[in-house]
Design a protein around this ligand. Structure first.
Ligand SMILES: [Zn+2]
Length: 317
């Protein structure tokens, strides 16, 4: 199944799954303290102990806006990405995926970044030749600039502060050229917690993976107006790296080795697990290669699992 050609429809809202490729990196990083013998059954590693991770991005068309959530690793030369991320792109990049949908960079209105790790904000900027003012020494020299020239970018203030003050633990994944130029060009809005971005789209602070990590909730207006538990109007939840694979969302103690606040991640997941279950939410994963989309169910022992959407739900490929 090509997991990257799916579109979800909710009335006037359309949600397209896109990808910037598949990255292969160490399974120990993805599964943290979970013993290898257990995670290897869920996601078998290759001979170098690497597991495939989709670099999934999501395009939301809602309220007359085109909203991109996360933007892969990008194409700026970066030795760490080249050596550690091992990105394979048989279908091309995120930009190719947007082009296949007939969308040009200037048509993106809003970019929401769940957090600023290198695999989530790469295409936020690209190397571009500056117009340059007359007499300026650097006139015409390429610099990283916003890829989507008409977009406003959103990230949590806490995330931006942490990303611009990295320490020995975090600096291998925060690359300033991905986000500092957004601030320099005046296109970045720093958020303080939950924020309604458009009438149907809001962000919520979901700390743990990073202290300033945010997730995205798409809840078309008619759903909020109706009291009926109508499946076709259930909210859609872009989990982000709060739970990079669906198994992380099912099992509270499964937390990646990269989470800076793992105990906070568990409490964040506990809260959103309950919310997703009670609201019958459609879940979208950012890295899961096998199950990009699903819904949380609970068995008679009280254990949660994520199952595929029912046949006939409003999706197209
Ligand atoms: Zn990630």
């Amino acid at each position: 199944m090509d997991t990257n050609a799916m579109t979800l429809h909710r009335g006037e809202v359309h949600i397209h799954l896109l990808s910037d490729g598949t990255s292969y990196w160490d399974g120990g990083g993805t599964f943290g303290l979970v013993p290898r013998a257990r995670w290897a059954k869920v996601l078998p590693p290759d001979e170098l102990n690497r597991v495939p991770q989709e670099l999934r991005c999501v395009l939301i068309e809602a309220d007359g806006k085109r909203i991109l959530v996360d933007c892969g690793v990008g194409d700026k030369p970066n030795e760490l990405i080249a050596t550690q991320y091992d990105v394979r792109r048989p279908r091309g990049t995120l930009m190719d995926d947007l082009a296949r949908r007939g969308i040009r960079p200037e048509q993106i209105d809003i970019v929401i970044l769940t957090h600023l790790h290198g695999d989530h904000c790469g295409w936020a900027t690209t190397w571009q030749k500056a117009a340059g003012r007359a007499g300026e020494a650097q006139a015409g020299a390429p610099t990283p600039a916003p890829t989507f020239p008409n977009a406003r970018y959103y990230v949590q203030r806490r995330e931006y502060e942490d990303a611009t003050h990295p320490n020995e633990r975090t600096r291998n994944t925060y690359f300033a050229e991905n986000f500092v130029p957004l601030m320099q060009h005046g296109v970045l809005t720093l958020l303080d917690g939950e924020t309604q971005i458009t009438p149907s789209v809001r962000v919520a602070l979901t700390p743990g993976h990073t202290a300033g990590h945010q997730s995205v909730v798409v809840e078309p207006e008619q759903r909020r107006a109706s009291s009926a538990r109508d499946r076709s109007g259930a909210p859609i939840f872009l989990i982000g790296d709060m739970a990079p694979f669906m198994i992380h969302f099912e099992r509270l103690p499964w937390v990646t080795a990269y989470d800076v606040l793992p105990l906070v991640t568990i409490e964040t997941k506990r809260r959103w697990q309950r919310w997703a279950y009670e609201n019958d939410a459609v879940l979208i994963s950012c890295h899961d290669t096998q199950q990009p989309v699903g819904r949380l169910v609970r068995n008679d022992k009280g254990l949660f699992s994520v199952i595929p959407l029912a046949d006939g739900e409003e999706t197209t490929r």
